[in-house]
Design a binder for this molecule. Structure first.
Ligand code: SAM
Ligand code: SF4
Ligand code: SF4
Length: 367
């Protein structure tokens, strides 16, 4: 298949392109969208490529050998990414997550980490810089990432059983490779490590309890993610979703848990802790209990489009501004205008006239 083209909003009648630029907020004042959600997080996808072909994200039938990934010249450079991030931080972003595709495949990613880790908020706090990875290259790169200023990592791992893991990731990588990456990340201080497990009913739900058992008392935080209808290629089906409540029930039958309160507005995972003190787990329930009301995240695609909702079908091109002669003030006014015009809340609308939307792929925008 040739590459999926994502539209930018340039001629979209209701887009915020038509809105007047908005003055950035005064220091200490949050930038609010139409639903009064503040801009707090920026997720930066640095590549649309990956060395896995997880069936729920990049099915090989679509992302095969003839799939056209983005040419390198289209990607934002590290300097361009850092400029957009710096402007986003001036608008209220306090937390940045690098993602992809597989972010550790981007050459010299530690250099980007170093550049971003130098950013600080208007109040003078360093940004909270994290990264999500499939873990295959983590054992090799964790020390350099830590030295470059990365704070923490999230590692995706859907099963402890090798055969099932290979089937889900459609790769030859062993579970031990990912576990080694997790251990090394914790050893160098990228902790606590969060471990993401996407649960697909009938496929890996038998791994919920073994995964819980494996990561209890480890200091790592295991998070169960409901299988989502992101993108248009994974053939998502509601029947394959095991809800957060069902996941918690299975864990609770074996290891009793109680809720923990969220640290900040916009935290995606509902947090729980084991009653016996063996640690914490998280459950991300975007299908069964949407959290759009607290969605404080913007997303930057590899070639510089700003997306807001994970389920959007079009982004707002910032690369033209970044590569043109626009000043940081003009870039800030454009980004502020995009955020303040935001109204999306897909997960609350799921199923209501949303079936025909051509949504962006998770491997392109990064979650
Ligand atoms: N390649 C990296 C990784 O897998 O960690 C980063 C990018 S990946 C797109 C980010 C996260 O999205 C991963 O934790 C992955 O499991 C999750 N994800 C991908 N497709 C998903 C889906 N259909 N439903 C729920 N989570 C999904
Ligand atoms: Fe790659 Fe991550 Fe998608 Fe799996 S979930 S195919 S590792 S981008
Ligand atoms: Fe945010 Fe969109 Fe997810 Fe709702 S569906 S939580 S608006 S990304």
């Amino acid at each position: 298949m040739s590459k999926v083209i994502y539209l930018s909003d340039d001629r979209h009648p209701s887009s915020s392109q038509d809105r007047a630029p908005v003055a950035p907020p005064q220091p200490g004042e949050p930038l609010l969208d139409t639903r009064r959600r503040p801009l707090h997080d920026l997720r930066i996808s640095v590549t649309d490529r990956c060395n896995f072909r997880c069936t729920y994200c990049m099915p090989r039938e679509v992302f095969g050998t003839d799939y056209e990934f983005m040419p390198h010249a289209d990607l934002l450079t590290f300097e361009e990414i850092t400029r957009v991030a710096r402007v986003a931080v001036s608008l209220g972003v306090e937390k940045i997550r690098l993602t992809g595709g597989e972010p550790l495949l981007r050459k010299n990613i530690e250099r980007l980490v170093e550049m971003l880790s130098g950013l600080s908020t208007p109040a003078g706090r360093p940004v909270d810089l994290t990264l999500t990875t499939n873990g295959t290259l983590l054992a090799k790169k964790a020390a350099a990432l830590k030295a470059a200023g990365l704070r923490r990592v999230t590692v995706s791992l859907d099963a402890l059983d090798d055969t099932l893991f290979e089937r889900m990731s459609d790769s030859q990588v062993t579970v031990q490779t990912v576990l080694d990456g997790i251990d090394e990340a914790a050893r160098v201080g990228l902790a606590p490590v969060k471990v993401n497990m996407v649960v697909r009913k009938g496929l890996n739900d038998g791994q919920i309890v073994p995964m819980a058992e494996r990561f209890r008392n480890s200091g790592h935080i295991l998070r169960f993610i409901e299988y989502m209808d992101v993108g248009s290629t994974n053939g998502w089906n509601l029947a394959e979703v095991l809800t957060g409540a069902q996941i918690l029930q299975r864990i609770g039958e074996r290891f009793p848990v109680e809720p923990v309160h969220a640290d900040y507005r916009g935290e995606v995972a509902a947090r729980w802790r084991y009653l016996d003190g063996a640690g914490e787990i998280g459950v991300i329930t975007s299908v069964s209990q949407p959290f759009c009301g607290d969605c404080t995240r913007a997303r930057l695609s590899p070639e510089g489009k700003l997306f807001l909702c994970l389920f959007a079908n079009q982004g707002h091109d910032l690369r033209a501004l970044v590569r043109g002669r626009s000043s940081d003030e003009q870039l800030a006014a454009r980004m502020a205008s995009i955020w303040t015009g935001r109204d999306d809340h897909y997960s609350e609308m799921r199923g209501k006239n949303t079936a025909s939307l051509h949504k962006i792929e998770m491997s392109y925008i990064g979650g």
